[in-house]
Design a protein around this ligand. Structure first.
Ligand code: CP
Length: 298
């Protein structure tokens, strides 16, 4: 996310809004016909993988996929660098999700096709942030002036790392709500402070729930804990339910998947923005792909 200026973000959000009809199959596009997107997912994914595939296909392009590591030469010990080098000659852009922080940055130095970070361990998830911002802007008509709380696992949650950097480019009130053990990483806080970006921290949801416009909830990332005992002690730290939200003037967002941090009774309320947020992945990722792939050939 640190690669982005505010104007880059605004450009993608604007482009995405123009692609809504194609995203919803109300209009057709062959703009990326003949182009191929490589999907390298070394970690599980539903939304990111499938929405990139849908986005590419909605624009007339196609995808190749590494698939399950056990069915590829990853099982024989092939490195991610060698695999990406192969993909470079098979496709026009690569989307990668991997548990290693910084892997997409590294690959972008050794591979000539565009590399899109679809989540690097507990690092960043920038395309998720773009669709998060798109969702906020679509609902409120703006991002500036809003009061936004990021809640849950701020230590290991890559979506909130990217989102904090992006929100720092806007005039928002930003509060980080987490258990003490899962606070936003010092490096991220340091970067925000270096850029004179104001934020608050608390472990109490009660401190923010009456004032926020956006409650951005995250899952506690069990798979990132070095010690499962630590996870067991902290799981279920926050639970958002319909009763808690009654009378509040806010929207609830979540990058998904959820476990127990948002009760199912919120789904049928006006607070629920998380499924629309997931749907917004299509126009936003279409805008990203169109921009990266077509500009490469201009
Ligand atoms: N939001 C998100 O990254 O979801 P997936 O892990 O299902 O891709």
């Amino acid at each position: 996310m640190k690669d982005f200026e505010k104007e880059d973000i605004e450009f993608i959000l604007e482009e995405a809004s123009k692609l809504e009809d194609i995203a919803k199959s109300k209009a057709k596009s062959r703009e990326l016909e003949g182009k191929i997107l490589g999907l390298l997912f070394y970690e599980p994914s539903t939304r990111t993988r499938l929405s990139f595939e849908t986005s590419m296909k909605r624009l007339g392009g196609d995808c190749i996929e590494l698939g399950d590591a056990s069915n590829s030469s990853v099982a024989k010990g092939e490195s991610v660098a060698d695999t990406a080098k192969m993909f470079e000659s098979y496709c026009d852009a690569i989307v990668i999700r991997h548990d290693l922080e910084g892997v997409s940055r590294f690959l972008s130095d050794i591979v000539d096709v565009p590399i899109i970070n679809a989540g690097d361990g507990a690092g960043q998830h920038p395309t998720q942030t773009l669709l998060d911002l798109y969702t906020i802007k679509k609902h409120f008509g703006k991002i500036d002036g809003l009061n936004i709380a990021l809640l849950g696992d701020l230590k290991y949650g890559r979506t909130v790392h990217s989102l904090a950097y992006a929100l720092g480019m806007y005039d928002v009130e930003m509060t980080f709500v987490s258990p003490d053990e899962l606070k936003m990483p010092k490096e991220t806080l340091h970067d925000l402070e270096k850029n004179n970006i104001k934020y608050k921290q608390t472990n109490s949801l009660k401190d923010v729930i009456d004032d926020v416009d956006v409650l951005y909830v995250t899952r506690i990332q069990k798979e990132r804990f070095p010690d499962v005992e630590e996870y067991e002690q902290i799981k279920g730290a926050y639970s958002i339910n319909k009763k808690l939200l009654e009378g509040k003037d806010l929207i609830v967002m979540h990058p998904l998947p959820r476990v127990d941090e948002i009760a199912y009774d919120v789904d049928d309320t006006e607070y629920n923005k998380y499924f629309e947020q997931a749907a917004n992945a299509i126009p936003v990722r279409m805008a990203i792909l169109r921009n990266l792939i077509t500009h490469r050939y201009e």
